[in-house]
Write a protein that binds this ligand. Structure first.
Ligand SMILES: Nc1ncnc2c1ncn2[C@@H]1O[C@H](COP(=O)(O)OP(=O)(O)OP(=O)(O)O)[C@@H](O)[C@H]1O
Ligand SMILES: [Mg+2]
Length: 487
């Protein structure tokens, strides 16, 4: 504006810019010279007819008027009209600021006399405005770059600060506070998934009132529930008008916009790593310990054959050593089988469960087994999950049910596979069993539900004292097409 004033000898000028994120005004005056504050405050036209700056920006052409107050091309608001009368200028020339094909805003000059701007002056002003637009664009790009750098640095500092904090609640509070600061918003909260109630529960927040601690969010509800369900970020730009808005949130606060990002903790990788580790140990035991023990047994047998003991006592001791070696081999085999059911790898879920059932039958149990899976193979993680559920449920029946009858079924229905283990034994109270467990104890039921949840399924335990126990795991299986698409 200083340069414009000198070049064109005007006392009054202004710069207005387009703000793409403010849809209800055309341009906004960001700098002024020789104009009263009162005027520029009102210079936020909603329509191009409300002033020459808006008209120039929208039409992308110079717009001039020798008498702005009486020009039929414009429909000034009463406030603007009053302000112009008070300031006392008449003639106006507005030039669009165009850079890289975009309208950045408009540059405006005012004259108090009603003398119109001459064509050469308009031409000179156009060249001047083009230069100014490029300078403005450069400055904006620089500011954007600085802003990005500031964000990257802020995130780096935050990450360093957060990894130093070891107390979970303090850490969650810190994260919510820093997140609010980083995105320059008014409030934020962290919700954690509560397995028992199957709800998202606020665990830490910043900028919210106390009401937020009573907020419970179902999967798929509000931005938080939707982000948790979809495992991706969710943005509601007009939260109040958004269909998914949470009623409890609307009741207590009137958010303009909201966004949520999911926190995914290790997730599937945890299960896979677990199974990988089991496989590794199984191989180690198979190739190392089991081979050594088998070798020792063979050597002992050969030794006994060639050096038959003479005394009865020597014979007994050799027999004992042979027995120990044989048991070591058996024990190694048992460990391998427990770690990695080879039948599962080789023949699939239905066959592996059948082996478990037959094991119980061999121990004198009456176990029914129904399945409709046959030799069909499912994704490896799902097979392992359902197999472990069946195994643990049967182990529980054996240990706790006080009966020798059980029924196992395994069936696929569309995109769902279910395994159910039922006994008519003693039964128990699932809620009590969960609460009574000390650390490291009773991991069976918990482990089952964790495993099933990790593959997106659901575990149901129905039991009552005296009424037997039903354990049902339901897991979604990708359809055949989906499996092919997914590779
Ligand atoms: N089929 C069942 N019949 C009767 N009680 C059961 C049955 N299954 C589980 N329970 C009860 O629930 C408790 C918890 O079972 P869970 O499998 O979690 O632990 P656990 O079997 O005691 O120990 P772990 O599985 O860790 O070796 C058991 O201690 C038992 O009291
Ligand atoms: Mg158990």
């Amino acid at each position: 504006m200083e340069h414009a004033s000198r070049l064109f000898g005007t006392e009054r000028s202004a710069v207005a810019v387009v703000e793409p994120d403010k849809p209800n005004s055309v341009v906004r005056v960001v700098a002024r010279k020789g104009l009263s504050e009162r005027l520029s405050e009102h210079m936020r036209p909603c329509h191009w007819r409300e002033g020459p700056a808006a008209a120039a920006a929208v039409r992308r052409q110079p717009v001039s008027s020798a008498d702005i107050l009486h020009d039929p091309a414009f429909e000034l608001t009463p406030e603007t009209r009053a302000a112009i009368e008070a300031d006392g200028y008449r003639s106006v020339l507005a030039m669009p600021l165009l850079a890289s094909g975009q309208t950045a805003g408009a540059l405006v000059m005012y004259r108090d006399t009603g003398e119109p701007f001459s064509p050469p002056a308009i031409e000179l002003f156009r060249v001047f405005a083009d230069q100014a637009a490029i300078a403005i664009e450069n400055a904006r790009a620089f500011r954007g770059e600085q802003e990005r750098r500031r964000q990257v640095e802020a995130i780096r500092d935050l990450a360093a600060e957060m990894t130093r904090e070891l107390d979970l609640m303090t850490l969650l509070k810190l994260i919510s506070q820093r997140a609010v600061e980083l995105v320059e918003t008014t409030s934020g909260a962290i919700f954690l998934w509560d397995r028992t109630s199957e709800l998202l529960v606020p665990s830490a927040w910043h900028g919210f009132g106390d009401w937020v601690k009573d907020l419970r969010v179902r999967r798929g509800e509000g931005t938080a529930g939707l982000a948790a369900e979809r495992r991706e970020g969710v943005i509601a730009n007009d939260y109040r008008a958004w269909r998914g808005a949470h009623p409890h949130v609307l009741k207590h606060t009137r958010p303009g916009c909201a966004m949520s990002a999911p926190i995914v903790y290790q997730d599937q990788q945890l299960l896979l790593a677990h199974e990988e580790e089991r496989r590794r140990v199984a191989h180690e035991v198979h190739d190392g310990l089991a081979q050594l023990a088998a070798g020792a047994h063979q050597h002992l047998q050969a030794f006994a054959h060639f050096h038959a003991p003479r005394s009865r006592q020597a014979r007994q001791e050799l027999e004992h050593a042979l027995e120990l070696a044989r048991r070591t081999v058996g024990e190694a085999r048992r460990i391998i089988a427990g770690l990695r059911p080879t039948v599962l790898d080789d023949f699939g879920l239905a066959a592996a469960v059948r082996v478990e059932v037959e094991g119980l039958q061999a121990a004198g149990w009456a176990v029914g087994y129904q399945e409709n899976l046959g030799a069909e193979r499912l994704p490896a993680t799902i097979e392992t999950t359902l197999f472990r559920v069946a195994q643990e449920a049967l182990a529980n029946a054996r240990k706790h049910a006080g009966t020798t009858r059980a029924d196992v079924s395994l069936w696929r229905e569309g995109d769902t596979v279910r395994v159910e283990v039922r006994d008519a034994g003693a039964g128990f109270r699932p809620s009590v069993a969960r609460a009574a467990a000390g650390p490291g104890e009773r991991l069976g039921l918990l482990g089952m539900s964790e495993r099933v949840a990790l593959v997106g399924g659901r575990l149901t335990v129905r039991s009552r004292p005296g009424a037997g126990t039903r354990v049902i795991a339901e897991v979604p299986v990708p359809s055949y097409e989906g499996a092919e698409d997914g590779g």
